[in-house]
Design a protein around this ligand. Sequence first.
Ligand code: GDP
Ligand code: MG
Length: 435
Amino acid sequence: LGKNLTKTMKKLAGMAIIDEEVVKEVIKDIQRALIQSDVNIKLVLNLSKTIEDRSLNEEPPKGVTPKEHVVRIVYEELVNLLGSSAQEVEIDKRPYKILFMGLQGSGKTTSIGKLTKYLQKKGFNPAIVSTDTWRPAAYEQLLQLTEPMNVPVYGDHENKDALDLARTGLKAAKKNDVIIVDTAGRHKEESDLLAEMESLSTIVDPDEVIMVIDGTIGQQAGEQALAFNNATKIGSIIITKLDGSAKGGGALSAVAEIGAPIKFIGTGERVEDFEAFDPDRFISRLLGMGDIRTLLERAEEIAEEEGDMGSVDAMLSGKFTLKDMYSQFEMMNKMGPMQQVMNMIPGAGGKLPKNASQVTEEKLSKYKILMDSMTDQELEHPEVIKQSRVKRIARGSGMKNEDVKELLKYYNVTKKAMKGFGKRKMGGPLGQMMK
Ligand code: GDP
Ligand code: MG
């Protein structure tokens, strides 16, 4: 099937103008690929209608082939649904309470172990509360899973009252900065399960409800999500078992039905098998195409040539975040040290402050490890990083407070340099270059 799509795409690639027949053919192939990936048929039909309309009515930018044009539209429509970038669990209050939900076997307990480890790496200090009174030895499962992590897990083998377990656990864990509540995924009747979730939600008063969906279940994902969402508003989604052949297309219906973003995916049984959701990769997989990014790159280059400088522009205007610095580091890995890069730009050589240009490889990797322990909010708005966050980041990355401060200092110096650099751009020779 992926092959089919590639074949029609090739046909389209060879054409100079958009031909309605061929667009329709490509769309049929895309429909097949999506249905094969378990995307709900109604959703596929809706999507393809929009894709067809846009492909035939929108003028492709100059120099963009019809193929690139259609691929871009398909991509944009899927991104519309899934979001364009990974979204994080943002711990913005203490304790931050997360309630897990999902059917038995979907991977809740395993994902809780994974999220716990992930949060510990970010320097948080989570605790887990077990309220699953249905699965035999549910509490032991959690204890076993988290044994190497040194994390408090509250539960009781004897107590069969989920609500009581929640109350007791929350009280015991109130000193932790994140509390994760595990729940049952089964009951005598589905309505009993949903009623229990509703009551638990009232007692826990969660800051975020995460629904766990088995990536292999296909079409039922939408209905399941709706049912849980009626019991309590779902805030985000984790899709599990994407290490197998499943494409996870069912989850797309869940997203479409309840409008909650996918935040993580599970890619195996071990606690390490956990990734931040990457829409690009997910979409490539759904379509059965190779890396969709690569396909779109050329179109992007053209858009840039047309004057949309994107992040470079943001950088030069002085909006330079830690995230920008992170990408800069990655660029430096490819292009050589910053000083060298600056030397290549007329009028900018030698203008970087000393300690901004002399960043060794060793420092670079140290800074990257530190930044990996920061949350998205901290990377985008470094000004929020005060003493307590410095401590947490140091703890999560296994470094000292001084290291975090050193990184922040380096960031500030670089940011200032970038700002000056941007000003020169306006009038100077660089301004000409950017045009
Ligand atoms: P729960 O009933 O929702 O708590 O589900 P569990 O966490 O107990 O997981 C059910 C089964 O699915 C276990 O055998 C897990 O090892 C397995 N599992 C969970 N997540 C993944 C995953 O991402 N990939 C794979 N291959 N198996 C998983
Ligand atoms: Mg469980």
